[in-house]
Each structure stands twice: as C-alpha cells, then as structure tokens.
Design a protein around this ligand. Structure first.
Ligand code: FE
Ligand code: FE
Ligand code: ZN
Length: 277
C-alpha cells in the first residue's frame, strides 16, 4: 500500500478536499489548517467533516498531513508572537480532533538570533503546554533547510526538541526531501546513509510522513526552493529511490512542488507508476 497526494486549498472545506485529492489521482493530501499567513481559522462545519470522513473511508484515503501556518513561530524573539503561535497551535489541536488520528505538521521555528538552544527550549516549552494525553493527532516536526535561523536543520536539533517534550509519544517527524537536501543531507549519493543517520539520531519509528519535493539548489545550500519532481538538483532517479525505499514506503508522500492541477496529476501518476512497476 502506498499513499500519495498534494497540498490542497482548504477554502471549500474537507469534503471538497477529499474529492479534489481523488480527482488528481491521490489517496491522501495536505492542507493548511488556516490561512498560511495566519489569522483566525474558518469555523469547521461538522456536516462537511462527516461527509468527508464517510467518503475518505469509502475511498480508502490515508492519513492526512495538515500543515500549520507559516506565521507560527514558537521560538520567536517577541513574546507576543510566541504567545500568539502557542494559541494557534492549541486551537489547531482542537480543530484536528474533528478528523481524529491524523498528522499535523509544523515548522519548528526560527530562533531569530536567540541561538539554537534557546529556540529548542521555547519550542519544547510550547509543546509541553499544548499537547494533551487524550489527543489523537500526532504532531510532526518538519525537517528544515536551515534558511536564516531555522531550527530543525539537523536531526540532532529535532531529537533535542523531542527529548524535552513530556508527551513525546504524540510527536513524529515529517521528512521534507528538498529541506534535508538543502540542509546538507546527500540523499542523491547516500540515501541509505542519511536514513541510517536518521535512525541513529531520532529513530525511524518517528518518521511518519514525507514531503516529496525536488530542489532548485545544491546539497547544503540552505535555500528551500522546491522544484518539480525530476526537474531539480535531486533529480528523477534519486527521487524514485526515495519513493521506493523500503523504510519510507507506505508513509504518506505529499507533493509541495510548484505545479498546477495538471502538473500534480502527472506527478501523482508518475509516483504510482513507480509503485506498480
Ligand atoms: Fe512545510
Ligand atoms: Fe515541506
Ligand atoms: Zn520548503
């Protein structure tokens, strides 16, 4: 079994997203829980969710990989931004329970000059104040490219956050192929070695989802510019090896490539062709 999908607009609700995913050939999808630039989230319509859950089951959709807004920064230098980010996270956790048992992915944060360690402490602090033992959502820390002062560029930083969170059974990791490549992990020449490193530092049992993106830049560039599958510096053959790697197969793969619907449908079809070879 494999799961592939892309990032969809949540403006028309859950049932519309489920249908859009299926129309593109996918069986999972990602979406922003609210405007990616932040702000108040749209009210959830229970009837819409109910319709979605029924259709998701009928069509055997895999786990969803919701994405926190980009404005969320749990380790911002300004206290008001940290507080606002924490409130958004808490509110998103409540919203996620309408669709129980799925994934919620977030960018650990940018420490903006406070230092990685201070950043890690603040992120863990926020998670400790928000996570509850009754929640069914698994919160995923996304591996980052290391642009600016981003925390989460190395597996060690991710591990350090997890170690400081009490309810860390609620935590997992989302591996973004463009980000780790830009972050300096050479998945073109040493995919096995990178995954072994992940296992050694974090543990593969934490690896829950993949953001499946090619990159416009060289390994270690710390840039974070996504490219279409096979059109970037990672390239088609290496992307295919990622898709078919036994350690990753069966996880939800989410495309965040610069595409229109036709482009996503093509990449989804390509991914499926690899799976069915
Ligand atoms: Fe992301
Ligand atoms: Fe990503
Ligand atoms: Zn990115």
């Amino acid at each position: 079994m494999y799961f592939i999908g892309n990032h969809l607009s949540s403006s028309k609700g859950y049932a519309a997203m489920g249908r859009a995913a299926i129309k593109l050939g996918g069986n999972t999808f990602a979406f922003f829980t609210r405007n990616p630039r932040g702000g108040k989230a749209k009210e959830i319509d229970p009837a819409d969710v109910e319709k979605f859950l029924k259709e998701a089951e009928e069509n055997k959709l895999g786990k969803l990989v919701a994405h926190a807004p980009y404005t969320m920064n749990l380790c911002a230098a300004k206290e008001d931004i940290r507080n606002y980010s924490r409130e958004m996270l808490a509110d998103d956790m409540k919203r996620m329970e309408y669709t129980p048992g799925n994934y919620y992915n977030f960018h650990p944060g940018s420490h903006v000059g406070q230092g990685v360690e201070a950043g890690i402490d603040m992120i863990a602090d926020a998670l400790n104040s928000v996570l509850t033992k009754d929640q069914t959502t698994t919160v995923l820390l996304e591996t980052m490219a290391g642009k600016g002062s981003e925390v989460g560029r190395t597996f060690e930083e991710i591990r350090a956050i997890i170690d400081k969170v009490e309810l860390n059974e609620k935590l997992g990791v989302c591996l973004d192929t463009c980000h780790i490549w830009d972050g300096g992990y050479d998945i073109v020449n040493n995919l096995d070695g990178v995954l072994e490193e992940f296992d050694k530092v974090i543990g593969l049992d934490r690896l829950k989802a993949v953001h499946f993106n090619d990159s416009m830049n060289e390994c270690g560039a710390h840039k974070d510019r996504h490219e279409k599958i096979g059109k970037g510096k990672i390239g088609l053959e290496a992307m295919k090896r990622v898709a078919l790697h036994p350690v990753l197969m069966g996880k939800p793969f989410i495309l965040e490539t610069p595409n229109d619907d036709a482009g996503y449908a093509e990449e989804i079809a390509l991914f499926k062709s690899w799976m069915e070879e």
